[in-house]
Design a protein around this ligand. Structure first.
Ligand code: NAP
Ligand code: MG
Length: 486
């Protein structure tokens, strides 16, 4: 275990005075219903959503069964054939602009609820998630009346009713990635948020009400995996848009095989972050940290495999450890927090099991000193050295704050190791040489590759994977095409 020296930057797990964001400027209801056909519809069953940092129940939420999912699809069909379907692109754009502005107005509330329900640091939900949510609606608002220019000469048409199922790691952002392009293209939506993070999607439904969105245009059915399954299997759903694990993505493909449903699947990843000896090292170290510890590592495109050129490996690892000792793990609502709570007890168990496997298989674990909070789900930022390509921590998606480090000597070796994975979602390259960036970015089999930065997102930029990381793109013009018939 590393030693820490006293000094202004050597706080370990929160020696700063607490600076919690306030929770008294908005209301969370004790109980939420389903949002169907513009109304709040009672579900026959309810489940609890929990704050993973405290273990406390935040609210009860409706669990939609087959019947309620059917009602939601029916409402979406009615809206598609009725009011929403008959609007011009310019009118649809006005609604999207209105929604974007309402999101901005309620951004503080949305950020706090996102951090409470999911465990992510308030700094991230406030400065990354929610601004990107608004940006996504603004961007697609602009496209709504310009589809003929985006796809000249082919007269694009909406698909109809879209069934969308999203994960818990970026709850509102994934909802925005799904809903905004679908509406811009004239479709109607039934969305199922993740079981552990339903609240911000329900807040978004309140925003749809305030925006006067025609009833049934977007329907929100909360629930667990079975609700998602009922939605994607519903015969009147024209397209399935799914973000989640590769295992469920495969199950969805099997479930809709033989139907004429369109689909896009955004699945898991195991990104390589590759650092060359000519890279600006301090910046690269920040990029490595951001790559793996952003959102507790619950990131599909996380830079979870680090490849460092052998000549600088010792130096980089030393700097990395020093920097990891300064990371504050704790209260997600505290503005100083770097690493929040693990999203669920179940996810924490999954992380622990893979970390154990790493130790058992012979990799060398390192964690900074410091105590974790007693209540709630927590995991220390962790790195492994002495990793082999065959180790489970190198092959499997951990989806937690755990970095597996390997070294390389030549660019070719880095490429071969980086591509030796069933995934292909993202990657990172750190070097001073432009030519090396081109060589690596063209050689990496990944949908997104960042050079001298990591985890940068923009609504104009398409995102998606190769191989077991999925099919289709979200964002940009490519993302629009996935919601249109030509
Ligand atoms: P998950 O278990 O696959 O769940 C995703 C969503 O699917 C949840 O809403 C889930 O409901 C629902 N679901 C579960 N079984 C289903 C079924 N048989 N049919 C239809 N829906 C079903 O994934 P997760 O653990 O929530 O999220 C983590 C995964 O998402 C990671 O692998 C990550 O890499 C991936 N991800 C990918 C991207 C990307 O853009 N490529 C972005 C973010 C996350 P419950 O909530 O009740 O389980
Ligand atoms: Mg929760």
């Amino acid at each position: 275990m590393a030693k820490t020296e006293p000094g202004p930057h050597n706080f370990v797990f929160g020696n700063y005075a607490p600076a919690p964001e306030s929770k008294d400027h908005f209301k969370i209801k004790k109980s939420y219903d389903l949002f169907i056909g513009g109304k709040w519809v009672k579900a026959s069953k309810k489940f609890e959503t929990i704050n993973p940092a405290t273990g406390e129940v935040i609210a009860k939420v409706g669990e939609a069964g087959k019947k309620e999912v059917g009602q939601a699809v029916k409402a979406a069909r009615k809206a598609f054939e009725g009011e929403w379907g008959q609007l011009s692109g310019a009118e649809r754009g006005k609604y999207l602009f209105r929604i974007a502005r309402l999101i901005q107005e309620r951004s503080r509330e949305l950020a706090v609820v996102e951090s409470m329900d999911g465990g992510k640091p308030i700094r991230e939900s406030r400065d990354v998630d929610i601004p990107l949510v608004a940006a996504h609606f603004f961007y697609h608002a602009g496209w709504a009346d310009k589809l003929d220019y985006a796809f000249p000469g082919v007269k694009p048409k909406p698909l109809g009713v879209v069934g969308q199922v999203i994960p818990w790691n970026f709850p509102l952002l994934m909802a925005a990635w799904k809903i905004a392009p679908a509406l811009a293209c004239g479709n109607t939506v039934v969305l199922k948020p993740a079981e552990t993070t339903p609240l911000t999607a329900l807040k978004l439904a309140e925003i749809f009400e305030d925006a006067g969105l025609p009833p049934g245009t977007v329907n929100i059915v909360t629930g667990a995996g079975e609700t998602g399954q009922a939605l994607i299997e519903h015969p009147d759903v024209d397209k399935v848009a799914f973000t989640g694990s590769t295992a469920v993505g495969k199950a969805i493909r099997r479930a809709i095989a033989g139907t004429d449903k369109k689909f896009t699947l955004e699945l898991g990843g195991k990104a390589a972050n590759i650092v060359f000896e000519d890279a600006p090292i301090n910046e690269a170290v920040e990029g490595i940290l951001n790559g793996i510890f952003f959102n507790q590592g619950h990131v599909c495109c996380a830079g979870s495999r680090l490849f460092v050129q052998e000549s600088i490996a010792d130096k980089v690892i030393k700097k990395l450890k020093k920097r990891m000792e300064t990371l504050i793990v704790g209260d997600p609502l505290d503005k100083n927090t770097d690493i929040g709570a693990i999203n669920s007890a179940e996810q924490l168990e999954r992380i622990k099991a893979l970390v154990k496997a790493g130790e058992r298989e012979g990799a060398c674990i390192w964690q900074p000193e410091g105590r974790l909070p007693r209540k709630g789900n927590w995991f220390k930022p962790t790195l492994f050295t002495e990793c082999a390509q065959s180790h489970r921590i190198v092959q499997e998606e951990i989806f937690g704050p755990v970095l597996a480090i390997q070294t390389f000597r030549t660019p070719q070796e880095a490429l071969e190791k980086a591509n030796n994975t069933p995934y292909g979602l993202s990657g990172g390259v750190w070097t001073d040489k432009g030519s090396k960036i081109f060589k690596m970015t063209t050689g990496l089999k990944a949908g997104v590759v960042w050079a001298n930065t990591f985890n940068k997102f923009d609504p104009t930029s398409p995102f998606g994977g190769y191989k077991e990381s999925g099919i289709g793109r979200e964002g940009g013009v490519h993302g629009l095409a996935a919601y249109l018939n030509f």
